[in-house]
Each structure stands twice: as structure tokens, then as C-alpha cells.
Write a protein that binds this ligand. Sequence first.
Ligand SMILES: [Zn+2]
Ligand SMILES: [Zn+2]
Length: 257
Amino acid sequence: MAAFEIIFLGTCACDFSPRLKGDCKDRFDKDVRRSSSILMNGHILVDCGPHTPGSLAIAGAPLASVTDIFVTHLHDDHFDAENIGRIASAKEEKLRLWVREDAQFAPIANTEVVRMRIGQRYDARDGTAVTPLAANHTAYPQHFIFERGGKKVFYGLDGAWVLTDSFRAMRRQQFDLLILDGTVGDYDGDLRISEHNSIPMVRMLLKSFASVGITGPSSQVYLSHLAPSLHRPHGETEEICGAFGAHVAYDGLKLTV
Ligand SMILES: [Zn+2]
Ligand SMILES: [Zn+2]
């Protein structure tokens, strides 16, 4: 059995298409991306944004099956308190909400908040260990290393580049899967590079990752959190990234690690 079964529930930055309220209301589409989130092993959610309950429904996962939500940061497209409340209220036991230790937000009914310290390793459910790393972003940001059954997954969005301490922590290990911020398309000169990656930045990062063993021949790399207004259509972006060994996530994509 795979250590991680992952489904991408959304892969968008915050420039959402109006089609999400129209023909894509109840289905996944590679070019009409929903708010970024993944579901791991059927019960661990990373982020819960404006579209996450609808995406769970499309994926056939009941709200009550979510036991834990790991929160990358508190921007609206990743932390929607009303939707987290909907998931929490669908459950009998409390929903565990994992946030950075200093995160400030109003209480949400039927949740147990776990405040995480950067660099400390935590045991979640089902033998999953989680280590938050510092991220170059705002709103109490953190990246995550998820470990289970000897496999390692890095979840690094939102954020630009990798901060020094995080790079040092990452280079002690090789990852089976890395999910990286790919907000900006394949061009130079975008104003967002101090908080998000562009494709040229990911291209450079991956060469450095390989040089220190963060990635190896069997590592899978996927870009997520793409801004459709800053990218070519999905198929073309997949081709551009394929040239340097990366893939582009899309809503509904399933991966096993
Ligand atoms: Zn975002
Ligand atoms: Zn953000």
C-alpha cells in the first residue's frame, strides 16, 4: 500500500475563473483551477479555501471524513473560516486545525487548534509525522514536510524560493514528492517574486535541489498554485515544465507516493 494517496482538490492562485460559478461548478477542469488544497489518505487536508467543500464533494470525499487540516497560512484562498466551520460541524469529534504557533484568528466551533513551532516534528494520525518549515510569504506562513512509511513529501506553497534554515533542513533528506509554488508563468520581471515562484525560479531551484540531494532520480516534482492569468493553458505549461523534469498539478489529479 502506498504511504500517501494524494488528490489535488485545487491548484489555483487567487485569480479564480467565473466559470467556477458556471459550467465548472460541479466538476474539475485542468484550466479552471479551484482554491489550492490537497487531500491526503482520505482524511488529512492541507488548506481549506473558498472552493474546498465543493472540491471534496466532486472528489467523493464526505466532509466528515476530514480529521485534520494543516494550514499553510491565513490568506483567504487557503484559510476560509466559514468552510472550516462547515467541515468541523459535519463531525462528531473535534476537527484538528494545525497552524503556526503565532497565528491569530477567531475561534471556530468544534475545532482543536494545534499550534506548531517551526522546525519541530509532530505526530499526526495514522503514523504521519509533520514538520513545519519557515516560508517566504506573509500571514503566518509555513511549509510542511510530511513523512509516512519511509516516504517524504514537501508542501511548499505559498512562498518564494526557500529560506536559508528551511533549505538546510531539507538538504539532510531526499524527497519522494515536492509540491512547489508555481504562481507566476514562464517570464522574467513579475512583481510577485518576493512572495511567489515563477517558472524560471523553479527551474533554478530544482537544479540546486538536485545538486544537494533534496531530489534524486525517483523524486516527483509538481507545481501548484498557478495563476491562470499569468500562465499559458495547462497543456503548454506542462510541456514547458517537462523540459526541466517538473509536472504541473491540476484539479482532480491523483498521486501515490
Ligand atoms: Zn494563495
Ligand atoms: Zn498567500
